[in-house]
Write a protein that binds this ligand. Structure first.
Ligand code: SF4
Length: 660
């Protein structure tokens, strides 16, 4: 395999500290330009059957009205490719000039037809010229070259048609559907994903065809981020043109989980100036996707001109491989501990036992006992409003130092200090003290902490370029070899629910992806005036988003993970309804990954590393998987959820849900 990188010189982006968009070549797709100096483009994909012309047109219009600038439609065979003509004609007749993209898997003939009709064609290099048999094949250099020649023969006609018709192309690699050839040679890795696209890109370049956009999608956010970064590096090193990037996380799911997972992957890359077009895939109606993509993108319209961040002299993180920053164990932070969740309840005066359900801890008065759900926070921050009752064992309280130093119980509560308080303090906790600092105070914090063992940093920033500011600050810790655990504190006062999710997922998720951070604290700092109920709703949201971000960045699994496809014209059942039904029965299975895929053509490949799979295999028929292995074929859909649970039970992964 190729050597990957010299980690001290990451060159996957223009700057790690100053916002700057990667300069790409502009690619024309109808009236829309992707890349160059053009604004980042929002796109999405229809879900109705492509043969339903009217339904497709109506859905396209709803998507366009919601902010979608490019509409992708699946063309699984010649007849759907042909029907793109009718859909396009009807849209134009109704005054919508939005460019259309044909989505192709396995069918070069449909691609060649669609390329004459619509403005862009998406191909998946994993299945354009290959059928997946999950075989491991030993290649000699010669037989590998023969394979490349075979791909060239299959792919070249499409390149020529695109060139002749001014049709753009996306080479869209999916982590879950790499060809057996790539898997055999590079494995299931970011490098394999990049090479999968480069095989096809070389053919395009040999024909002098450059109207290309590239994507590296995965449902695993770490893999997705690493693959895009590696792609940029390989394009630069290989002397390729700087093609625009289409960003997306596949099978992100629905609602809060889907938004958070998308933002962890897409937001992390946008922060570093990567990405020219964005598609957020949610298991929801497609008109809900564009506003989420737009909210992610809009954060960068006035990002340049942020406060300066000290340049990084020695970047000691490998951006292409996950490695957790090594930290010392302090109480239950750092080292092998999962990242901790600190939920801020400091704005709730005289909080009651009953209200602790907002942070996942439930008081049962009849039994005088506490229970917690899967997202029970580890710590609550009460600030200057101490909690007037005894907390359960699983949750501890953090108080402001001024309160803590007069508290009757200084053992079971922990103090939070500012730098000035920490320097002046005479009493400290014997096991755990929190030091809250701004990113710009890191040098002082390092001097203060030195060899002290019982401290955890709470790091925040006022810089608009927040994630890179916190990252640069944490790099100083790495350089100083100080192993103090760090909790990342963020606050987005008075934002909507969606913005709170997306911003946290981007800012904290981006750090977690690079192995930084030992905890998360979403603060109520600077929130405006709100009623007690509104503040409690905010606390509940913060608690759940905190766990969601840790899960989406794959650093702490606290809930069942659903890898559900966004659905498209191939889908064989109502994905939203089915996902809701499966979720209802299984959402207590902490850490279990369940793939819910609309079709057997792409589903099994795309559900990536799911533990179990529920895949549409015919009308009213479901095929059930354990990992990549088929366990039951053609199960009638009315029994399929029960059968799925049976498989999980037989596998020893089932437990009965507890009622709280
Ligand atoms: S897995 Fe889902 S989104 Fe992908 S092709 Fe099949 S039905 Fe469409």
């Amino acid at each position: 395999m190729d050597p990957i990188v010299k980690v001290s010189e990451p060159h996957y982006c223009n700057s790690l500290t100053s916002y700057s968009r990667r300069k790409t070549i502009p690619v024309r797709v109808g009236d829309v330009l992707i890349g160059g100096d053009n604004p980042i483009v929002v796109q999405s994909m229809t879900t109705v059957d492509t043969m339903d012309t009217n339904g497709s047109v109506e859905q396209c219009i709803r998507m366009i009205e919601s902010g979608c600038q490019l509409v992708r439609i699946t063309a699984p065979s010649m007849k759907e490719a042909e029907n793109l003509r009718n859909i396009k004609a009807e849209l134009r007749k109704r005054g919508y000039n939005t460019p259309l993209v044909a989505d192709i898997h396995f069918t070069p003939n449909a691609a060649e037809l669609a390329a004459r009709i619509v403005e862009k064609v998406r191909i998946n290099p994993g299945n354009y010229a290959d059928k997946k048999k999950f075989e491991v094949i030993e290649y000699t250099d010669e037989s590998y070259q023969d394979e490349l020649a075979r791909i060239q023969e299959r792919f070249l006609p499409l390149v020529k048609i695109c060139k002749e018709n001014g049709t753009a192309m996306r080479i869209g690699t999916n982590h879950g559907s790499l060809s057996d050839r790539i898997m055999s040679r590079y494995g299931d890795t970011p490098l394999g994903m990049v090479e999968s696209a480069l095989e096809f890109l070389r053919i395009c370049e040999s024909e002098n065809f450059h109207d290309i956009v590239i994507s590296m999608k995965s449902s695993n956010t770490q893999v997705m981020v690493q693959a895009y970064r590696l792609l940029v590096q390989k394009l630069d090193e290989g002397g390729f043109k700087p093609y625009p990037l289409h960003l997306g996380v596949t099978e992100a799911g629905e609602a809060e989980d889907g938004r958070i997972k998308s933002a962890v992957g897409i937001g992390t890359l946008l922060e570093d100036g990567l990405g020219d077009t964005v598609r957020v895939s949610l298991t929801e109606d497609p008109e809900f996707e564009a506003p989420v993509a737009k909210a992610l993108i809009d954060r960068y319209t006035d990002r340049a001109g942020h406060q300066d961040i000290e340049p990084i002299s020695d970047y000691s993180i490998n951006p292409f491989e996950y490695t957790k920053r090594h930290t010392a164990e302090v109480y239950n932070f750092g080292d092998h501990n999962v990242p901790r969740v600190i939920t801020d309840i400091s704005r709730v005066e005289k909080v009651t036992e009953k209200e602790m359900k907002a942070v996942g801890h439930f008081y049962l008065p009849e039994l005088d006992k506490w229970k917690m759900n899967d997202i029970g926070c580890d710590f609550v921050y009460s600030g200057s409003n101490p909690i007037p009752f005894m907390l359960p064992n699983g949750m501890k309280e953090i108080q402001n130092y001024e309160i803590w130093k007069q508290a009757p119980d200084q053992v079971n509560k922990f103090p939070l200090f500012s730098l000035a308080e920490a320097n002046d303090s005479v009493i400290r906790h014997s096991e755990l003290n929190f030091l809250e600092i701004l990113d710009t105070q890191m040098d002082e914090a390092i001097s203060f902490v030195e060899e002290k063992k019982n401290w955890v940093l709470i790091l925040k920033t006022n810089n608009k370029h927040g994630m890179p500011a916190m990252r640069a600050s944490m790099i100083k810790l790495l350089q100083s070899k100080n192993e103090i655990p760090v909790v990342m504190k963020v606050s987005y006062p008075d934002q909507t629910t969606d913005m709170t999710m997306l911003y946290t997922a981007t800012d904290v998720g981006g750090l977690l992806i690079d192995g930084l951070g030992d905890g998360i604290m979403m603060s109520l700092e600077n929130e405006g005036e709100h009623t007690r109920e509104e503040i409690l709703d905010q606390v509940k949201l913060h608690n759940s988003v905190s766990f969601g971000v840790l899960q989406a960045a794959r650093t702490r699994m606290s809930k069942t993970e659903y890898i559900s496809c966004p659905s498209c014209g191939r889908t064989l059942f109502d994905l939203q309804e089915t996902t809701a039904m499966i979720r209802k029965r299984t959402d207590h299975l902490k850490g279990v990954k369940i793939g819910i895929m609309g079709c057997i053509v792409n589903g099994p490949g795309e559900m990536a590393d799911a533990d179990y799979g529920y895949v549409g295999s015919g009308k009213g028929k479901i095929t059930l998987y354990k990992g990549k292995e088929v366990v039951k074929r053609s199960v009638p859909s009315k029994n399929a959820v029960d059968e799925l649970i049976e498989i999980i039970r037989e596998d020893g992964m089932w437990n009965e849900p507890e009622s709280i």
